[in-house]
Design a protein around this ligand. Sequence first.
Ligand code: ADP
Ligand code: TRP
Length: 325
Amino acid sequence: MSRILTGIQSSGRPHLGNILGAIKPAIELSKHPDNESFLFIADLHSLTTIKDGDQRREFTRAVAATWLAFGLDTEKNTFWRQSRVAEHTELAWHLSCFTPFPMLNNATSFKEKSDRALSGVNAGLFVYPVLQAADILLYDAEIIPVGKDQRQHIEMTRDIASAFNHQYGEEVFVLPEARIDDRLMTIPGIDGAKMSKSYNNYIDIFLPENELWKVIKKIKSDSTPLEDPKNPDTDITFQLYSLLASDAQIAEMRNLYEGGNYGYGMAKKAFYELILSQFATERERFNYYMTNNDALEAELKAGEEKARLVARRTIERAREKLGFS
Ligand code: ADP
Ligand code: TRP
C-alpha cells in the first residue's frame, strides 16, 4: 500500500492546465487498489498571495468542486481543507526550528515569487516550504505527485525530516519522494506560454458557454489567410485540441489545416465544442457543488475528520520527542 499525498492551493479557479497536469493524474493514481491518497486544498498556502476572505472561500469551493466533478472517490481517499486541521500549522512551527535559514533563502520558488510579488514580500512566502513539509510529514506520505517546479520543495521536506530524525535518533518522520511525471506536458495557455493563473492566459472549462467561447476566441493564431494551408504543428488551437481529441479527430483536424480553406475560427469552434461535449458531466457536477454548498461541505467535513485522526497520531510522536506532551 503506497500512501500518496498532494495539495493544490486555492489561489484561483482550477484551469485546464491544473486539471490535465495535476488533478486528473492524481485521481487516476488514487484509483489504484494499492494506493491510498491524501488530497487536500492548500488554503493556508493561498494566504501568501490572497488576502480577501470571500475570494478565498470562492476559490476553495471551486477547487473542491473540481476534484469532486472529476470523480475523486472520497470514501476510499481522504480529501480536506488544510486550514481545518490545525496540526498543519503546529507542526510547521516545530519544523521551522529544524530548517536552516539559508535553505529557505536559496529556494528558487521564493526568489521567483518575491520578484513577482506586487504588494511586498511577506514572511509567509519565505516559510511556505516549511508548511508544505508539515503537510507531507503529518500523513507519513511516501509519494508526492507534483509538477517540476515543486521538486525542490519535496527535497527540502526530506532534508527537514532527516534533520528532525537525526536529532532524535529515530525515524519520527517518513521521508517522502516526489513523483514527477515527465510524460505530462506543460499545457499551453491561449497565448502559447505555459497556462497559468498568474499569466491570465488560462481556460476555465467551467465557464458558462458564452464566456467560455469568448476566451477560446482569444487563442492566439497567425494571419495566414483562410484559403491557405496551415501548419497545425505551430498552432496553439491545434495543440490544445489535440490534448482532448481522439487520434482519429486529431488526424482529421490535421487534414483540414493542411488542406486550406479552413480558418482558425473554425478550429476554435471545434475545440470549444469538444470541451463542452467532453466535460459535459464534469461541468454539471461542478455547478451542482458550486450551488449546493451543503453537499460540498458534507464531503469536506467527512474528509477533515479522517485527516485529523491521522494528523493527531503523527503530531503526538513529534510532541513526545520535543517534550510538549
Ligand atoms: P498556476 O500556474 O496556475 O498558479 P499552480 O502553480 O497552482 O498553477 O499549479 C497547481 C498544479 O497544476 C501543479 O501541480 C502544477 O504542476 C499543475 N499545473 C499548473 N499549470 C500547468 C500547466 N500549464 N500544465 C500542466 N500542469 C500545470
Ligand atoms: N506548493 C504546492 C503548489 O503550489 C501546493 C502544496 C502545498 C503541496 N502543500 C503541498 C503539494 C504538499 C504537494 C504536497 O503546487
